[in-house]
Design a protein around this ligand. Structure first.
Ligand code: ATP
Ligand code: MG
Ligand code: MG
Ligand code: MG
Length: 352
């Protein structure tokens, strides 16, 4: 029996285009002897559109951007409704290939829980907590994981007394510091500040994207990432290192310049890797993750690892860090996808 796999991609988000590329790559990698592929496209207006079942790989992303004459209510993904008009079996698993708010943050996961459809990746709690950097860091602190110092403000607190907010940052963190919207990714809205004037500009910038911002102590460190795969028994990939050519790994370095080096495996000491691996698995468990996570670390000169964040739906094209880490660990892209689908089924069965 083939697995009926629904691919959910696109989305009303800054990462719409990235998601389309990911969907194209996943479709190319899937073994059609094992999978029936059912595309579900979310256009930039946020409409859900059901595509035809795919009988082979598609040439380019254009073929995946369906026009909105076959709109689908998200609720009709419920097993009792999907395909109901054709009396066909419902989808077995949905793979959300979405990043950022309304994709990676627990909202889509909540919908799929309600509908009782198995889905790939993290559940509601881990997705939501992983999307909010303040919540995530509070959980890490509670788990005793080493990380940089941070403070947070909601917009109304800042508006009430900007002076107090800036003074608190200067007193508790000093410069340089990083100002970030709490709920984003891809470095959108993030600034590095080396003085008070830059701090003021950075707050204004970050509050354009979110009602909550986090400010972190800046560290001088190498950036090491690992991939975690599994449910109750998570496994860790070999480490990778990011070496941006810019001052930090900003949006431009991620999507425009493309000359950031990804070094796999990262050239770090065994004991440094052991430390990172242990922390990554602890972080995965602390947030109650499932399926996959990419954990990002800072490694200081004296060999101390600090966890920066986890990403519950990391970049997933074949050229993204997470799939590359697993490729070098011995799991090729098609096997990685199959493993994630298995993990989704396994978790769903446990809940029944
Ligand atoms: P993504 O989800 O795409 O990995 P993000 O938007 O969640 O990114 P972060 O990973 O938190 O953002 O930060 C982006 C980059 O900014 C880091 O990779 C690093 O280069 C730099 N950076 C962030 N925080 C700090 C810090 N506290 N000290 C030094 N550099 C930092
Ligand atoms: Mg992130
Ligand atoms: Mg992200
Ligand atoms: Mg990151």
């Amino acid at each position: 029996m083939k697995t009926k796999l629904g691919l959910l991609y696109g989305g009303k988000s800054a990462e719409h285009k990235v998601s389309l590329q990911t969907a194209l790559a996943v479709i190319r990698a899937l073994d059609l002897e094992k999978f029936e592929i059912h595309p579900i496209y979310i256009n930039v207006e946020g409409q859900w559109i059901k595509g035809p079942e795919l009988s082979g790989p598609v040439d380019n992303v254009k073929a995946l951007e369906f026009s909105n004459d076959n709109q689908l209510s998200p609720l009709s993904l419920a097993p009792s409704l999907f395909h109901a008009e054709k009396q066909e079996a419902p989808l077995d698993v949905i793979f959300p290939l979405l990043h950022g708010p309304n994709g990676e943050d627990g909202t889509v996961q909540g919908l799929l829980e309600l509908l009782n459809v198995p889905y790939v990746g993290n559940g509601v709690l881990a997705s939501a907590a992983g999307m909010d950097k303040v919540m995530m860091k509070n959980v890490f602190a509670q788990a005793g994981l080493a990380q940089v110092n941070y403070v947070a403000f909601i917009k109304s607190e800042w508006e009430h007394s900007k002076e107090e907010a800036y003074s608190k940052v200067e007193a508790e963190l000093g410069f340089p510091c990083f100002v970030k919207p709490a709920n984003l990714g891809s470095s959108v809205g993030i600034s590095k500040c080396t003085n008070r004037a830059e701090l003021e500009t950075a707050f204004v910038e970050a509050f354009q994207f979110d009602r909550k911002v986090i400010i972190e102590e800046g560290v001088v460190a190498r950036e090491i990432e690992v991939g975690i795969l599994g449910n109750d028994y998570p496994e860790c990939s070999i480490p990778g290192e990011i070496v941006p050519k810019t001052d930090f790994y900003d949006y431009k370095a991620k999507y425009e310049d493309g000359d950031t080096a990804l070094i796999i495996p990262a050239d770090i000491k065994d004991e440094e890797y052991e430390q990172i691996k242990e922390m990554a698995i602890q972080a995965f468990k602390a947030l109650d993750c499932s399926g996959l996570v990419r954990a990002d670390f800072f490694l200081t000169k004296d060999g101390k690892a600090l966890i920066n964040e986890v990403n519950t739906m990391p970049g997933f094209t074949p050229f993204s860090m997470f799939p590359l880490l697993w490729k070098h660990t011995g799991v090729e892209y098609p096997q990685l996808i199959e493993r994630l689908v298995e993990l989704a089924k396994e978790r769903h069965q446990e809940k029944q």
